[in-house]
Design a protein around this ligand. Structure first.
Ligand code: ZN
Length: 467
């Protein structure tokens, strides 16, 4: 008798964070992603700590990519008893290793912060996981190259296709033999865009009966990536002409490498003065190392450039700042330069010091290259509030602020529609995840209008049967 195969959406359901979907097929349990839920500290802490299933019963994890909201809760899953394989591409494994190590440090700092605010008599808060939980997690990684069939249980196999979103990022195409009947499931993971620097364009989304698609930018449009290098070039040129510094809050791993790559190629082509670039983020530096080790993931243009210039990520020109002392020394620099530092929303990390030091200087430019959540310093900069508070000090915002949203490595509405439309006839059930309700509804509406019969936006904990 055929079993009822189903998917339960435990994360990135009507939100963009904490990607985690439980696939129950042929009496086996698999996870698609095991991401960290990021949000209000207290709530995130509770949400990440408890799994709504028994980790030891999970047969395997199939990972789409290494962004922390897709892999960041794996060490906790392992700590709670999971011991199966974690399938991922080779580049994802290497990126995941450094992302999780960085995340473990943040978990410890967060627990310290919560303990500091703890009232008398309340229990001590343990971090979600610690640095020592990371190596046992990475050891479970089992790499699968793009396009290779991988059996993960009797009658259950999958292959990865390039999602063009981050180095090593993948879509998952699953094939299930259910008592003589074949069922197919596609999970887009995070879907990239054509013509992003470094990465190959996303492959065609494989047709399936059951399609789980991201919907981050449903209803929204991005400028084409080709324009970005030139826009960035203009900003750097005018800032350097007036003797100022360019400060770029480093957003995610991937985006930093794209920015460095764009600047370096502009300078190589003589389109920009050869300014020093400082990448003031140990995580970004380590990630760049991983990028260098995986040229098999590069697009043709980047691979061809690599043949001519082995220094694509500009080791000669780019200074990777490791220590805090080195970072502080940048404060006394007077010559124009470009400083890229974490974090993206300017709430913490080394960028805050650089901003404090430079925002009152009208020669400075701050380039914001990602979404800024409400109530963050990044958002106040985007809004160009005349007075901003940094470390309890009121400062006058005299620096130029430039917002460049196009560096997003997610498909926009039209790109998502273009990618999904060929599946209209085949997909009997679409589930939209990884999007707030409004963008997901915008995408759902357009999909309905283009012949998709069943489009759901599952709530957290909702299960949907495979057709
Ligand atoms: Zn991602």
């Amino acid at each position: 008798m055929a079993t009822d195969n189903k998917v339960t959406f435990w994360g990135a359901a009507r939100t963009v964070t904490g990607s985690m979907h439980l696939v129950q097929v042929n009496a086996q349990e698999f996870l698609l992603d095991c991401g960290l839920y990021q949000g209000h500290r207290g709530e995130a802490f509770q949400r990440n700590r408890q799994f709504p299933f028994a980790p030891k019963d999970i047969h395997a994890v199939v990972l789409s990519h290494a962004h922390i909201d897709h892999c960041g809760n794996l060490p906790n899953l392992v700590r709670k008893g999971f011991s199966g394989p974690i399938y991922c591409t080779p580049a994802t494994r290497d990126l995941m290793a450094i992302m999780l190590a960085d995340s473990a440090k943040i978990q410890e700092e967060d627990a310290d912060y919560l303990n500091h605010k703890r009232k008398q008599g309340e229990p001590v808060i343990e971090p979600l996981y610690r640095p020592e939980n990371v190596p046992p997690t990475v050891r479970l990684a089992q790499t699968v190259e793009y396009g290779r069939e991988q059996e993960i249980a009797d009658g259950v196999r999958f292959r990865y296709l390039d999602a063009g979103h981050l180095l090593g990022s993948a879509m998952v195409a699953m094939n299930i033999q259910n008592n003589g009947r074949q069922q197919t499931l596609t999970f887009t993971g995070d879907l990239g865009r054509k013509n992003l620097p470094i990465l190959r364009d996303p492959e065609a989304v494989p047709a399936a009966d059951f399609l789980i698609s991201e919907s981050t930018y449903g209803g929204r449009t991005h400028p084409p990536p080709e324009q970005l290098a030139d826009l960035l070039g203009d900003v750097v040129r005018r800032t350097s002409d007036r003797g100022g510094m360019v400060l770029i809050p480093a957003f995610s791993v991937g985006r930093t490498q794209a920015v460095v790559y764009s600047l370096h190629t502009l300078m190589q082509a003589g389109k920009l003065p050869a300014l020093p670039i400082f990448v003031d983020s140990p995580l970004a530096s380590n990630a760049t190392e991983v990028f260098r080790k995986h040229p098999e993931c590069f697009d043709q243009e980047t691979a061809a450039l690599l043949g001519k210039d082995p220094d694509l990520f500009g080791q000669r020109r780019v200074h990777y700042v490791q220590s805090v002392e080195e970072s502080k020394r940048l404060n006394s620099r007077t010559e124009p330069c470009i400083i890229i530092a974490a974090s993206g929303m300017c709430e913490n990390g080394r960028i805050v010091h650089h901003l404090k030091n430079r925002v009152e200087d009208p020669r400075t430019t701050v380039v914001i290259a990602g979404f800024q959540a409400p109530h963050t310093l990044g958002r106040r900069l985007v809004e160009k509030q005349p007075k901003i508070r940094i470390f309890n000090q009121e400062l006058n915002l005299r620096a130029e602020v430039v917002t460049m949203n196009g560096f997003s490595s997610h498909a926009d509405h039209h790109e998502l529609m273009g990618a999904l439309l060929p599946l209209a006839k085949k997909a009997k059930q679409v589930c939209l995840v990884h999007g707030d309700l409004e963008p997901a509804e915008a995408l759902a509406k357009d999909l309905h209008g283009h012949g998709f019969a069943q489009v759901a936006i599952p709530e957290r904990g909702e299960s949907i049967n495979l057709p």
